[in-house]
Write a protein that binds this ligand. Structure first.
Ligand SMILES: Cc1cc2nc3c(=O)[nH]c(=O)nc-3n(C[C@H](O)[C@H](O)[C@H](O)COP(=O)(O)OP(=O)(O)OC[C@H]3O[C@@H](n4cnc5c(N)ncnc54)[C@H](O)[C@@H]3O)c2cc1C
Length: 383
């Protein structure tokens, strides 16, 4: 086992860190205050992220992307994760499920996504189908050379600035009457597609979620990604890796909260001493540092396993669960250490604490991660 990073990996970290420091962090306050990312700012940062090679750094080189493997991508995510999600996501890493594109879909969707010409979003969740995705009502029916799509998706991140959506819809039933899903690529400017504003969220200000309605929307039969009725399998193949993005973001945010709390502990005086000298505070720091380190280890092991093609759903679930719950605990303790000032908007702790809350919900809730882990423990015993 070798935990050293190569020169190239250290350079990648430095490049991303400088980009975050020089191009993103100064806009955090604007986003928090206005809950809005101005279009001009979006375009300016996108252009810069293309120039430094961060945009689509996860996409294959031969299609115009950066060609990073999962381990190196996770190093990048841990740097981008230091700042507001709405800013970090401008240096967009397209959904890796697009790598399942074949034939015409490569030129029409994968390549333009990798070069930044066309942006993707992903739609699985519906008002009545969140964790239980098989319960979705959105459906696609084949009619001649077309699929006809009907239904409503909600909580869809950044659909308003996307050109197309990776859409999951029901296309049949299995022997037990449960939905079989398929995955489609749907242009968002087609007749029968409506993208409207979603909800205001307490986490990640400036990061927009939308509702997408499909009303007899017609797409070509070839716009199916993977095999018909195998959408659930496709989802599991590609989307486990995205759980690591959330995990990496959580590690980064926890580190930022910790650094603030550490600095505060070393400078704030009460009862004539710096508060870091009180065991009630110093032991918190020790526990926080240990938790961040453990989260980082489980994250990087999972990223490495993706590259070795040995990542199990249990591994991804453990990383997602531990890292996202850890950032909740660490940001909460960081606020405790900073006292009243910890809750003031003058320092970014209250934001990190608010932002941390969503991480235990999206990309599969904590309960669903526990379900995946416990199922993989019990199944071999026939339970
Ligand atoms: C801001 C935001 C952006 C999002 N972006 C996207 C996006 O771009 N695309 C997309 O497709 N989705 C997106 N999501 C959806 C997100 O993935 C879902 O919110 C998440 O999967 C949970 O679904 P739900 O909110 O419907 O909760 P529900 O599934 O209704 O869950 C409610 C509660 O019940 C619990 N529960 C449910 N089933 C079980 C079970 N079997 N065992 C134990 N407990 C259970 C859950 O853990 C949770 O505590 C986004 C969500 C948010 C908030």
């Amino acid at each position: 086992m070798n935990f050293d990073l190569s020169e190239e990996q250290n350079l990648l970290i430095q490049t991303t860190r400088s980009f975050v420091k020089n191009e993103l962090i100064q806009h955090e306050e604007l986003l928090e205050r206005t809950n809005n990312l101005p279009k001009e700012l979006y375009e300016e940062i996108k252009k810069k992220s293309c120039e430094v090679g961060l945009y689509a750094c996860n996409m294959p080189k031969k299609h115009g992307g950066g060609g990073l493997n999962a381990f190196d991508l996770t190093l990048v995510e841990k740097e981008l994760g230091h700042t507001s999600l709405a800013l970090a996501e401008i240096a967009w890493r397209p959904q890796n499920i697009l790598m399942a594109c074949k034939d015409d879909l490569v030129d029409e969707y994968l390549k333009p996504a990798a070069t930044g010409e066309r942006k993707d979003c992903i739609a699985m969740t519906e008002p009545e189908a969140g964790s239980d995705l098989r319960g979705m009502k959105t459906n696609a029916v084949i009619s001649g050379d077309d699929w006809i799509i009907n239904g409503t998706k909600h909580f869809i991140s950044n659909a308003h600035i996307s050109d197309f959506v990776v859409l999951f819809a029901a296309t049949g039933k299995d022997g037990k009457g449960r939905n079989l899903l398929s995955c489609f690529l749907v242009d968002l400017d087609l007749p029968g597609v409506e993208v409207v504003k979603g909800y205001d969220c307490v986490s990640h200000r400036g990061y927009v979620n939308n509702i997408i309605r499909f009303n007899d929307c017609k797409i070509p039969a070839k716009n199916i990604l993977g095999d018909r009725n195998k959408g659930f399998e496709l989802m599991n193949t590609w989307l486990e890796a995205t759980r690591l993005t959330v995990s990496a973001t959580s590690v980064a945010r926890a580190q930022r909260a910790f650094d603030i709390a550490l600095d505060w502990s070393a400078n704030r005086k009460q009862f004539g001493k710096i508060i870091g000298k009180f065991q009630g505070v110093s032991f918190k720091l020790a526990d926080m540092a240990m938790e961040i380190k453990l989260a980082d280890l489980i994250l990087m092991e999972s990223a490495w396993k993706i590259d070795q093609r040995t990542l199990s759903s249990q591994d991804a679930a453990m990383a997602k669960l531990f890292c996202t719950e850890m950032v909740g605990r660490v940001s909460d303790e960081a606020i405790q250490i900073c006292g009243g000032m910890g809750l003031m908007t003058d320092i970014p702790l209250e934001r990190i604490w608010r932002d941390a809350r969503i991480e235990r919900i999206w990309e599969g809730t904590s309960e669903i991660q526990r379900h995946i882990i416990s199922r993989s423990l019990l199944r071999p015993l026939g339970a």
